[in-house]
Design a protein around this ligand. Structure first.
Ligand SMILES: [Zn+2]
Length: 281
């Protein structure tokens, strides 16, 4: 009798242990929605103006016990395979020269990892510019996590900010399930997925800090930090507020340094090449 009870207890303990380890398993992939070829001055103010550079458009897929997450959805599917002008128009296509194949769009990137768009429970947006919120309409069943200030500004931007918000990316999404934030927010209350207010690039820009079981802290900056040069102090070229942008860069660097974490940029070719094809756990 005692032996049987012991066996039942041991089996129960094993079961609890396997559930616990499963609950901690989080996986992160960085993928791209093609490349933008653009004037370097868009990324770094007063530095390299007039020089064309190629920049990856990063997106992130996060497998989490509380549900599948996408952080940024890339450029709209309609600009794939040299069809840019029919959707963005000549001005934006000329400024950003998008080079995106259909296979690089977020739905196909999910497919390559064995997921469907309907599997995604949370879509988190750094901001609503054309290369980040382009495919919101692919996720009608998800909960969309964005700063309230960003929603308001995307729908009616300041005149000087208007070009990079493509209204038809999100014009039919007003009844989507939005989690509208005002500042920092710990999504699941356990510190594993923390949204950070990093306004500056836009009025409601946010970054994402993940705590991965093996890798530790990974901070996905979004366009708060386009490239390593911005981290070193070069003001980003496109910004709503230079002052807020620089304060946000400092905030992300402090979080990285005090947590021995990593800071991932949004449009830095060298860093993307290091992450490409890898899974971070
Ligand atoms: Zn961007």
């Amino acid at each position: 009798m005692k032996t049987t009870l012991f066996r039942i207890a041991a089996a129960a303990a094993l079961c609890v242990a396997s559930v616990a380890s499963n609950a901690q398993s989080i996986k992160l992939w960085q993928v791209t929605s093609g490349l933008l070829e653009l004037d370097k001055g868009f990324l770094t103010a007063m530095s390299g103006v007039g020089t064309k550079v190629k920049a990856p458009v990063t997106m992130h897929i996060i497998q989490h016990p509380r549900g599948l997450i996408v952080f940024d959805t890339g450029n709209n599917v309609a600009v794939s395979d040299n069809q840019c002008a029919s959707y963005w128009g000549a001005g934006l296509c000329g400024a950003f020269n998008i080079q995106q194949s259909r296979d690089e769009v977020i739905d196909r990137q999910l497919q390559k990892l064995g997921f469907k768009t309907d599997d995604v429970k949370y879509v988190i947006y750094s901001h609503f510019h054309l290369d980040h919120a382009g495919n919101i309409k692919m996720f009608p069943k998800a909960r969309h996590v964005v700063q309230n200030a960003e929603l308001k500004n995307a729908w009616w931007p300041e005149k000087f900010q208007r070009a990079a918000f493509v209204l038809k990316d999100f014009d039919t999404t007003r009844d989507f399930d939005f989690l509208e934030l005002s500042g920092d927010f710990d999504l699941f209350g356990d510190g594993s997925v923390v949204i950070l207010d990093t306004k500056g690039h836009t009025q409601g820009h946010q970054s994402l800090m993940l705590k991965l079981p093996k890798t530790g802290y990974v901070i996905l900056s979004g366009d708060a930090v386009y490239t390593a040069e911005n981290e070193k102090g070069v003001v980003p070229g496109i910004t709503w507020s230079a002052n807020e942008s620089m304060r946000s860069i400092d905030k992300l660097k402090m979080l990285r340094d005090t947590r021995n974490g990593q800071l991932w940029y949004s449009h830095e070719p060298a860093q993307y090449d290091e992450h490409k094809g890898k899974v971070f756990e």
